[in-house]
Each structure stands twice: as C-alpha cells, then as structure tokens.
Design a binder for this molecule. Structure first.
Ligand code: ADP
Length: 257
C-alpha cells in the first residue's frame, strides 16, 4: 500500500476550482517535487494533504485511511510541515520550538517526558542546532531558523514531511545546505518528502520524481528527466527556456533564453 494516495482530488475556494482531478501516489522513502507557475495550486495541494483544507471531490489517504476521518492530532503525528521561514518569527527559544514538534505525541497531561526531550535533542543534533538551543528564534539567521524548523518537524517523528517553498528567502549556499540535509535524511532514514518549490533546478537536482501543475491539473508527472523537458516547461510556464544537462550530476537544467 502506498504511504500517500491523492485520489482524484478537486478543490475550490468559493466558485473557483484550484485543483482539478489531481491523482498520484507516494511510496515510503520517495522524494517528490511539486513545481508549477504561480497560482497553479501547489500550496493548495500541500494544504489538502496536510488536512487543513478539505477537498470537495476525491480523497487523500494515508496508509489507506482517508485523512478526513483522522483527528487533527493523529494527522500531526504523521505529517509534518516545514513552512517558509518568513512566516515564523516568534519569541521562543530554539529548544522550545523544537519541543513543539512533540506536542501531538504528548499524553493528556501535556508534559514532556524524558523521551520527548531525548527525541528533541536528537532532532537538534541531526540539524546542527544543538548549540543554538537556548537562543531566541528571533535572533537567528534565515538559514539557522530553517534548520530549527527541520528539527521541529523531525521531532514530530512524521511519516511524511511536507516542504512549502522552504528555501524561498535563503541565499544559494543555504538553499543547498537545506536540501542536502533533507536529502540525507531521505536517503539515510527513508524520510518521505514532498517539496513544493518554484525553483525547477533545485527540484531537478534533489527530487526523484516530479509533478508539474498548471491551472490545478497535473501536466506531467514522473521521473525528473521525463518531466523537466523543454516542451513541458515552456507549455506550463509560457516562457522561452532551454533544457540541458548539469555537467556534474547529469540532471536536467533549465536556462532562460
Ligand atoms: P501556488 O502555490 O502554485 O502559487 P496556490 O495554491 O497558492 O498556488 O493558489 C492557487 C489559486 O488559488 C490562485 O489562483 C490563488 O489566487 C487562489 N487562492 C489561493 N488561496 C486562496 C484563498 N484563500 N481564497 C481564494 N483563492 C485563493
């Protein structure tokens, strides 16, 4: 059984359909990228998978269970989100933020136990944020803050990690650092990842499979080489581009022409 099944999902805000008959599956250990022009429905798709939005048609199943039937906390024990960093600058310490990742797992008295502290600590070790534990989130750089948000998501011990344009405001070194870390967790720990990004080259470099959305429909889906072609990208983005190969990795690379 796939970890995630998105089964003919359609979603509309008011009268406007934003997702139309979107269907795909994700297996444990996959690294899936979702690309598409602005307004194509990428963020809406993530919110449907995260259970924040309920589709009017179709359903999303996590290991066979319709997520519409799961309680919020049960879903949060399985699905973690790393948001865009600008959305989060709250007055908490790094350790407090990482421990928030444990909240869906806490018992009725809501106190963190030894095990929660240990898991949070491990999450900080994996993201090189342990040395920042007592710092205020607000005092961190963008790259540091994103590492803390990965740690928080890891502390959740999710079966599926959703990345919502997580590197949109980072410089190129920190973009690469971020995706290198996620890639390592994906490879070493079989962390299943769905990453929404408008950066086609980052997606081509790191993802195993890609979904290309346009106007709420899947235009192309499959292995990176099959999706990132001149034809698909020109058609979806309505712009002139060239696709060649990255000289180091051989993955497709796009250039504006
Ligand atoms: P993307 O992430 O690919 O840029 P979105 O999922 O954010 O696309 O948006 C898809 C479409 O849905 C856009 O036309 C956008 O204007 C519309 N939309 C997004 N959020 C809302 C909302 N809260 N209410 C109404 N329309 C929305």
């Amino acid at each position: 059984m796939p970890l995630l099944s998105v089964d003919r999902v359609s979603f509309k805000y008011g009268e406007q359909w934003v997702l139309r008959g979107v269907a795909f599956e994700v297996e444990k250990g996959d690294f899936l990228g979702v690309i598409g022009p602005n307004g194509s429905g990428k963020t809406t798709l993530l919110r449907v998978i995260d259970g924040i939005l309920r589709p009017q048609e179709g359903e999303v199943r996590l290991e066979g269970t319709d997520i519409g039937n799961l309680r919020r906390e049960a879903l949060a024990r399985s699905v973690a989100v790393v948001p865009q960093y600008s959305a989060l600058a709250f007055p908490f310490s790094v350790e407090e933020v990482v421990l928030m990742g444990r909240s869906p797992h806490l018992g009725r008295w809501r106190f963190e136990g030894e095990q929660d502290l240990r898991i949070a600590r491990e999450a900080m070790e994996m993201t090189d944020t342990l040395a920042l534990a007592s710092r205020d989130m607000e005092s961190l750089s963008g790259g540091e803050r994103q590492r803390v948000l990965i740690a928080r998501a890891l502390a959740q011990e999710p079966r599926l990690m959703l990345l919502d344009e997580p590197t949109a405001f980072l410089d190129i070194r920190h973009q690469v650092d971020f995706f290198d870390r996620i890639r390592l967790l994906n490879r070493k720990r079989e962390l299943t990842v769905i990453a929404v990004t408008h950066d086609i080259n980052l997606a081509a470099h790191y993802c195993d499979r890609i979904i290309l959305l346009k106007n709420g429909r899947i235009e192309a889906a499959g292995p990176v080489e099959a999706v990132i072609t001149e034809e698909h990208i020109r058609e979806a983005y309505e712009t002139r581009i060239l696709v060649d190969r990255h000289p180091g990795t051989g993955s497709p690379r796009i250039t504006l022409t």
